[in-house]
Design a protein around this ligand. Structure first.
Ligand code: AMO
Length: 429
């Protein structure tokens, strides 16, 4: 007999069924046992003779054959009256690390992460990654539809892309190398190599020393780079298009998951754009908070988002024109004020989820900007040389996958949106 998954048994009328899954719950009432079997699609009640389930323990994996019976009193309206129960995978524990058959896991996030293969078992924990998969899927299909080519670039690299202080070093056959902070140089090079428009979904590494709710040492970066742009407004236009496409996609692909998290997405979003200096002024005047030169700090982002939500009803805002001294050396200065840049961040529900900019595309200008930043152009020769052969005006941005997932589902900590988070304290599991 062929296996049916729980969702199929619930949805389709059939008399005899075979299901496989984990023992989610066991409850014996006299001679009758009620076992909840959980598979990747749902939970169903099994009604069995107590003698058939005597050896069962929570989380064993089992196989049950029996008759499908409609019963309004069963939790999902349908149950299986078991004819045979077989243990497929036994368990070796005295006590589970925490209960997983209640509404919420009653354990700290750290304990849950220590036992990731257990904490992911409840549907709610796994739903986060179903949504994440669709965020990625929408990113891929949206940018492909707009003429972008997906690329994969090296993660073992020879020089810093976003500043030198936050890099993991690697011993590369006796040579000092680094884990890539971003695919920045390579995605730009691929614009010049003739692809014009590229995107990448890949891992990025940051040796940041702070341990916060929004930082990971290893995260997934969804990167875009686009040639022949007129200005950095083109980049914000295309990102805004993606956000709208994403929301439409999630409403159809993840309706159940969004409901589980109590999230309702707007039908369309129009994202206001305003200069960073303006946001800093508002944060100071409205909330008495002074911002660092580089941007808004975490609290400032939160306060400013609150302001935008109250005043304009938006969860998103593009902040533009960051100071040149605080952006990477490849960022195009603002033609009206070279102290500023043609750059932006996208803030979503109080958190930066994207950084982007138009890039310097002129060889001589890039070389002299490196020198201005105190960098030796010789250390970037492979990158710089690719600007000798006709690099068009271009720019791009990157979205942190875990950050957008966290904010979309209103999670408290980025680690909940990461299967196996890496942070200052965590290298295992
Ligand atoms: P930036 O360094 O701002 O820009 O990173 C882009 C986006 O990546 C995410 N992100 C992180 N997510 C989790 N943990 C971290 N430690 C972390 N660091 C960054 C954020 C952030 O907005 N090369 C540029 C992008 C570009 O201009 O194309 C860059 O990497 O969501």
């Amino acid at each position: 007999m062929k296996r049916s998954c729980v969702a199929d048994v619930l949805a389709n009328d059939s008399s005899k069924v075979l299901v496989k899954g984990w023992v989610h719950n066991i409850n014996c009432v006299g001679k009758i046992a009620f076992v909840h079997l959980r598979d990747r699609t749902g939970i169903i009640q099994i009604v069995a003779d107590e003698s058939m389930v005597r050896d069962l323990r929570l989380e064993m994996s089992i196989e049950v054959t029996g008759n499908r019976v409609v019963n309004g009193k069963a939790p999902s309206g349908v149950e299986i009256h078991a004819e045979a129960v077989r243990i497929l995978g036994t368990v070796y524990y005295d006590m589970l690390p925490f209960g997983i058959n209640r509404k919420r896991i009653n354990a700290s996030l750290d304990t849950q992460l220590d036992h990731r293969t257990v904490s992911l078992r409840p549907a709610r924990s796994r739903a986060i990654f179903r949504v994440q998969q669709e965020i990625e899927e929408a990113f891929r299909s949206y940018f492909r539809e707009h003429g972008f080519t997906q690329i994969h670039t090296p993660k073992i690299i020879s020089s810093a892309t976003e500043g030198g202080s936050e890099m993991f070093t690697v011993d590369f056959f006796g040579r000092r190398a680094f884990l890539a902070q971003s695919p920045q140089f390579y995605k730009q090079m691929m614009v010049g190599a003739g692809f014009e428009r590229v995107f990448e979904i890949g891992h990025a590494y940051r040796a940041e020393l702070h341990n916060t709710w929004r930082h990971l040492s290893e995260y997934v970066s969804m990167d875009v780079e686009m040639g022949f742009i007129e200005s950095y407004e083109d980049l914000m236009d295309i990102e805004e298009g993606y956000i709208n496409y994403l929301f439409r996609h999630l409403k159809s692909a993840c309706a159940a998951e969004l409901e589980m998290f109590g999230v309702s997405l707007p039908d369309s979003v129009e994202i206001p754009r305003l200069p960073l200096a303006e946001a800093q002024r508002i944060v100071l005047e409205k909330y008495g908070r002074r911002s660092p030169l580089s941007g808004l700090d975490a609290e400032g982002e939160k306060l400013f988002s609150e302001y935008m939500k109250n005043e304009y009803g938006t969860d998103f805002v593009f902040l533009t024109k960051y100071p040149a001294s605080k952006r990477p050396m490849y960022t195009m200065p603002d033609p009206e004020n070279p102290e500023l840049t043609q750059s932006f961040d996208l803030i979503y529900k109080g958190l930066e989820i994207t950084t982007g900019s138009q890039r310097i595309h002129d060889y001589e200008m890039l070389k002299s900007n490196m020198e201005k930043f105190g960098l030796d152009p010789e250390n970037f020769r492979f990158y710089l040389d690719s600007f000798r052969y006709g690099m068009p005006p271009h720019g791009g941005f990157a979205i942190g996958l875990e950050r957008i997932t966290m904010k979309l589902l209103d999670l408290d900590n980025i680690r909940e949106a990461t299967l196996f988070p890496r942070d200052i304290k965590r290298l295992e599991p």
